[in-house]
Design a protein around this ligand. Sequence first.
Ligand SMILES: [Zn+2]
Length: 487
Amino acid sequence: MSVSGACRILLQLPPRSPDVLHFEHHTKMKKPATTAIRLLLSCLACLTPLSTRAFAAPPASPAGLPANRYTLVRCGTLLAVPGQPAKTTQTVVIKNGTIESIRDGFDGPDVSAEKVAPIVEEVDLRDRFVLPGLIDCHVHLTMEFDSTLRMRDMTESDAYVALHAAAYARKDLEAGFTTVRDLGSGRATVILGLRDAIRDGYVVGPRVVAAGHAISITGGHGDGTIGLRQELVGPQTPELGIADGPDECMKAVRYQIKLGADWIKVTATGGVLSAAKAGLAQQEFDEELVAIVKTAHSLQRKVAAHAHGTDGINAAIKAGVDSIEHGTYLDDSSIELFKGRNCFHVPTLLAIATVVTNAERPGFYLPQVAEKARMVGPMAMEMFRKSHEAGVKIAFGTDTGVSPHGENAREFALMVKGGMTPTEAIHAATVVAAELLGLENEIGTIEAGKAGDLIAVNGDPTKDVTELERVSCVIKGGNRIVLATPN
Ligand SMILES: [Zn+2]
């Protein structure tokens, strides 16, 4: 059965709630009779409210042993390691969510002959181009920015935001992003809870690496209460990421880690979307940046610094941050620091393009925000070109949430416009992004021992990178995700 055939069958099924849409069980089966019964049992388990985690643990075999679960992905073209040549006619064998092997051709030993009877699903991508699941190193899953956000922040409960964020997470996953780094939320427990709920299988979404609250100075880019009546919003404290002076910065970092943050985000300079009329220059003092980085690193957390102005970019790299987000006004001295300190650059061209467009929509942004958007717009491509040509390590990141969720792949075309080849842009969203996240042994390439995270597109994205805006198959941890809008 072709992929489109499988999709057609899915479209004929009665609507189901999103949590049971986790797997596409309707791909071609190795052993139709026995496998169909097992899948039916596992489907029924998914429909039982108390068994929402059923898919995390395969059903037991008759002997009481957990059955192995194999996914065989038949790939017409496979770009297993971006940067290396693609191969044709390959089979990726995924066992219990982890890639077991990659074989030439579509035939080979029948895995169902194993001692413990396995469940086998076959995904037919013989007419597709398959590559590793994409990684977006800069998203905000708990929001999508528009002119109503400031008021919604006042009225929406954490529970509502969490459910909304789950829908955004699914959109990003369906767009081919099997891993995202969430760089700051006004609701730290919501994003950290969502991360864990996805990990544990309650919610369908990408693997999330999350920073909790961003660390900001009082009234700085990360202070969401600028311009609001302070007696209504309450004190902004280090626990909420608002910190002044090295001691409070240390506390703010330690508190995010106590909540469960994987990364620390600091807003080193002013930013476009905050209500501050304070420009885009350095906001955190050098000693505050040093305190943040030292504290985070002492607790084995890396630090991402939001930075536009040259002074803030350079101060953050000197303090030892692991990535610079945006980097709008980077200059030659910044480039030298990036390379000398092995700091990654996450340019977020899509965010800049989005704010430039929205700045011209009457009333969409506060006047001071629109003014800052017009300032950064003309800098973006030049910044990107300079960084790329100098050989700075560029990791893919979009700041999605500034732009709508699910459109993350639009960043690729902007990167190519800025001078990358399509292959370099794909490399930035896989191999380089995995390295930045410290997950290079788990994700970023299709190799034995790594997570079974694969996507497929219809055409060759190394020729036309916009193919990645139309992902037609997403497999995460060996599980095929049903796409709301099949391509
Ligand atoms: Zn951001």
